[in-house]
Write a protein that binds this ligand. Structure first.
Ligand code: ISE
Length: 334
């Protein structure tokens, strides 16, 4: 069966997903498109032989759409995700699930009423081969218990629309989710260290910053977020355990050497660094959807990340350690 997918919000990320689905991913086809910009919806629909819908509600309700991908901005997610749940359709929602924990609670309430998991959140790093190997090394138990993790998340630069809170809500959210998944624990507190700011640009941002998180068992995770580092998209992670460490390796496939020295290519953005992870993520979602099944992260994961982000954003404005406040995990997600 070919899963007939409705795409809401075919901007940069949405179009990248469409390209993957129509080139390297098996079992799915984007047959419907909607966008706040009707001309964009029509242009994208025309380019792939899909139908443009005037509203996301009409797309979600269409009997010709089996499953939905949402790639709009965070504030638009809640209403569309809930509409998908009420229509009984599997939905892949790009991160964040919603910008506030209370909006994520509304989504979880709708899903619990439906009585089954329908929502997958686009946390692509869980599908990256290096992070998966790191998790396997930890889970195999050969290096003992995790004690600390040192992460870095560097972007060459960010657009003018990037606001001060996005260092946590839009950027560190990746480490927040990946570390919850890697360690299999929730975070209980957040603190933000604010080093000297880069003079390069965006003086309104605290850039760089270091988000320091603690898990229930006391594992300490530090995440350097530096979104105007100029030189490339550089993602690092070293897990320190009782008997050894495990780190992401260099991601370059080749190293060039010449009279000027040794040169490693430095990737420029998340599509380049996590291209293969996006493919695996969407392939697993479509393969499961063909059987009417959920796959990947859940709306609980979206909610938990939002709660940690709330504490991180608070710690960015108030000094000190901020507790992470979360409800108990509902049975549907355990
Ligand atoms: C962006 O939204 C992403 O998701 C990227 O992966 C991240 O590196 C960047 O900082 C975010 O703004």
């Amino acid at each position: 069966m070919t899963v007939r997918i409705g795409m809401i919000g075919p901007g940069g990320m949405g179009r990248a997903h469409i390209d993957r689905i129509h080139s390297v991913i098996a079992g799915g086809r984007v047959v419907a498109v909607s966008d706040i910009n009707a001309d964009n919806a029509q242009a994208v629909a025309d380019s792939i032989g899909a139908k443009a819908f005037a509203t996301s509600e009409e797309l979600i309700e269409s009997p010709d759409v089996d499953a939905v991908m949402i790639c709009t901005l965070g504030p638009a997610h809640e209403a569309d995700v809930i509409a998908c749940i009420e229509a009984g359709k599997l939905v892949f929602c790009e991160k964040p699930l919603a910008p506030t924990a209370s909006a994520c609670l509304n989504i979880m309430a709708a899903e619990q009423k439906a009585g089954r998991k329908l929502v997958t959140v686009g946390f692509m790093r869980r599908f990256d081969a290096s992070y998966r190997e790191m998790k396997k090394t930890l889970d195999d138990g050969e290096i003992g218990e995790a004690l600390m993790v040192h992460c870095a998340h560097r972007n060459p630069t960010v657009p003018d629309s990037y606001t001060w809170d996005m260092a946590i809500n839009d950027t560190a959210i990746h480490e927040i989710d990946t570390m919850r998944w890697l360690l299999g624990e929730e975070f209980v507190s957040a603190r933000v260290d604010k080093p000297k700011k880069t003079s390069k640009q965006f003086g309104q941002l605290q850039d760089p910053l270091v988000l320091v998180l603690s898990t229930t068992s006391g594992v300490r995770v530090d995440d350097e977020v530096f979104v105007n580092c100029q030189y490339g998209y550089d993602i690092r992670c070293e897990l320190v355990a009782e008997l050894g460490t495990v780190s992401l390796g260099d991601q370059e496939k080749v190293v060039r050497a010449d009279v000027t020295g040794r040169h490693n290519h430095i990737v420029r953005d998340h599509n380049e660094r996590f291209g293969a992870a996006f493919v695996t993520e969407v392939q697993e979602w479509i393969t499961a959807a063909a059987h009417g099944q959920h796959s990947g992260s859940t709306s609980w994961d979206g909610y938990a990340a939002a709660c940690v982000c709330d504490a991180g954003v608070k710690a960015l404005t108030d000094d000190g350690v901020v507790p992470v406040e979360m409800i108990d995990k509902p049975a549907l997600y355990s």
